[in-house]
Design a protein around this ligand. Sequence first.
Ligand code: C5P
Length: 215
Amino acid sequence: MRVLVTAGPTREALDPVRYLSNRSSGKMGYALADAFARAGHQVLLVSGPSVLEVPEGVDFLPVETGLEMFEAVKRHLGRMDAALFAAAVADYRAAEISDRKIKKDGETLKLELVRNPDILGSARASFGFTGTLVGFAAETENLEHNAREKLRRKGCDLVIANDVSKPGIGFDSDRNEVLLVFPEHSEAMPEDEKHHLAPKIVREIERLAAERATH
Ligand code: C5P
């Protein structure tokens, strides 16, 4: 299969030296890219800034902002059999990027932010993607309900949900505990290293892609 994986945070510039971002390390996405490559698939990893080493045998497309990630996915999605959106894309970016360093003139500073495009939400609706589509959901409450809503709304075959309020797993951790939410059922995967979870997730996606091919 040809597989696209988005990973890591995005970095949204405010001025030449500052940016908005989040705590995503890219570990889950990189572990998935690695597991797909080891299973013999052709992988394109579209990644925001991350200190992680690019897995062997993976094509790497580094990006910085949500808009750059959107453009990269738009350009490459058409030839993919499966796409997994593990990136923590910033929901907002600065309405205007100052070309000079913002001065600390006042006691308060107002920033105007505008919405970033929803890349996962555009896959079916705007890019016409017909392959196997996998989203992620980081939630602090109503995990399964919210993940199922996301699955339906964004036309996913699978949403991989994790509870980010649990200490020691998820964001910026080597470990994760996920709930796989499919259209007809859900399946919990007990807490484990991201590197052990990834090959199991790959097998689920191989199964979904094979099902899609026979329908
Ligand atoms: O709606 P929410 O942001 O919680 O959805 C999370 C899922 O959507 C993740 O798979 C994430 O990679 C993807 N996403 C995206 N583009 C955005 C925001 C989220 O692809 N702008």
